[in-house]
Ligand binder design. Structure first.
Ligand code: NAD
Length: 411
């Protein structure tokens, strides 16, 4: 199964349980639009490079579409379809007024200079500028894109359409970004984990945690968990992982990785080197995959030793692994709930931009906890009352909301 088929597998499963019927199911499985573009730029050495760019919109029944932009060499149309679809369910799970979209450019940013990266971003926006907009489709950061990239997007779109901060979220604070947005996805992952552990008569304090991925999401999740007393015993990035049985000092690691340094270069007493595969099977209470999709394969699923997996990454678990986890009694908190903190604060940023307001960090985080807490409780109640897995329950909630909106508006 490719990533898109895997996502659709969950939709079909929930749709059959809900008896939505083939007509509605077909509607929910279809994307509204797929914009493929080329992104030609002049390299610093004068040569021409041409990249593939994508912006796909899955469903806008509940509002303008929303979703991140990823710059990654392996990005392809199926990935973008899967990720755009996931955004529809994620925005519906947390009940914010958006549909789902995703996009990106198939390039390796670490091989581009800052100037080349800016030219890629601006050319990409030029090519999709009719397809995005504050009331149409609003991009945000994802793998290898950050606040600076969002600033270029806002500027390029504004040059073409007039000043439009609400066209993109995840912008720098100085450029109408929201307080709390950078940390929101990781912080949200930890809020959801905390709720789950409390319900299971445990607590994050003293829980052992392993985190794969030490970028935006992984770092902020690690910091938030560390500050709440959790013991982060293993973390990794693209270069490999490190582990310490007494717990890693996360603030030092965050400091160390500033300026593009990788974890493989980190050395400290009591810290050993591990592989990414070993990290996924580390003996911990909580496993947080926060890098790329598809890492929890059927083989890995048999070896995982965590009690609960909290999907900070999008689609880290393949469907076969999901079934193995269910049989093994390992709870999986699905991406559409676990990492929805980012899009929730993106919604707050968009709302502030449209009203020319600026909320404090406390205000943003209070609203975030409320939105995630409400979504968490709705899904937990369904899990308990109908004896469902968390992913199935989340999809039932999301599909119900999207199908209702689509039917009310008409095909
Ligand atoms: P990022 O680019 O900031 O960080 C990605 C991290 O993954 C880096 O540490 C990188 O070294 C590591 N990595 C890359 N390839 C790897 C590999 N093969 N093995 C192990 N580690 C690897 O990206 P991010 O924004 O933190 O996104 C991480 C995940 O979270 C993605 O799946 C993304 O779709 C998802 N997500 C992000 C947001 C957001 O707000 N940024 C929101 C929701 C979901």
């Amino acid at each position: 199964m490719n990533a898109f088929e895997a996502t659709n597998h969950y939709i079909s499963k929930a749709s059959r349980m809900m008896k939505l019927g083939p007509r509605v199911e077909r509607l929910l499985l279809s994307l509204e639009a797929e914009h493929h573009v080329t992104v030609p730029i002049e390299r610093d050495n004068g040569e021409l490079a041409v990249f593939s760019g994508y912006r796909f919109q899955h469903n806008s029944a509940r509002g303008p579409t929303k979703g991140g932009l990823r710059f990654h060499p392996s990005l392809d149309a199926d990935d973008v379809r899967a990720l755009a679809t996931l955004m529809t369910w994620k925005t519906a799970v947390v009940n914010i007024p958006f549909g789902g979209a995703k996009g990106g450019v198939a390039c390796e940013p670490s091989l581009l200079s800052q100037g080349e990266l800016e030219r890629v971003t601006r050319k990409f926006v030029e090519r999709i500028s009719q397809e995005i907009g504050p009331q149409r489709d609003i991009p945000a950061p994802d793998v290898n894109t950050n606040a600076q990239v969002m600033a270029w997007i806002m500027d390029q779109y504004s040059r073409l359409h007039g000043f439009s901060p609400a066209v993109v979220t995840g912008k720098p604070i100085e450029l109408h970004g929201s307080e709390g947005r950078e940390a929101a996805t990781g912080y949200g992952v930890v809020c959801i984990t905390e709720n789950f552990l409390q319900d299971a008569a445990g607590s994050l304090k003293d829980a052992t945690v392993a985190i794969q991925g030490f970028g935006n999401v992984g770092q902020f999740a690690a910091l938030a968990a560390y500050e709440r007393g959790a013991k982060i015993v293993a973390v990794s990035d693209v270069s490999g992982g490190i582990a310490a049985k007494d717990g890693l000092h996360i603030p030092s690691l965050v400091e160390f990785t500033r300026g593009r340094r990788l974890l493989a270069q980190y050395e400290a007493d009591g810290v050993s080197r591990i592989t990414n595969d070993a990290l996924l099977c580390w003996d911990v209470d909580v496993l947080i995959p926060a890098a790329l999709g598809g890492v929890l394969t059927r083989e890995a699923a048999r070896e995982v030793r965590a009690r609960v997996i909290v999907e900070a990454a999008n689609a880290p678990t393949v469907p076969e692994a999901d079934e193995i986890f269910e049989k093994r009694g390992i709870t999986v908190i699905p991406d559409v709930l676990a990492n929805a903190g980012g899009v929730t604060v993106s919604y707050f940023e968009w709302t502030q931009n449209l009203q020319c307001l600026h909320w404090t960090e406390d205000e943003v985080n209070r609203r975030l906890r409320h939105t995630l807490g409400t979504a968490y409780a709705t899904i937990r109640d369904l899990v308990q009352s109908r004896k469902l897995g968390w992913r199935t329950a989340a999809y039932i909630v999301a599909l119900g909301r999207v199908a209702k909106a689509a039917m009310l508006r008409g095909v």
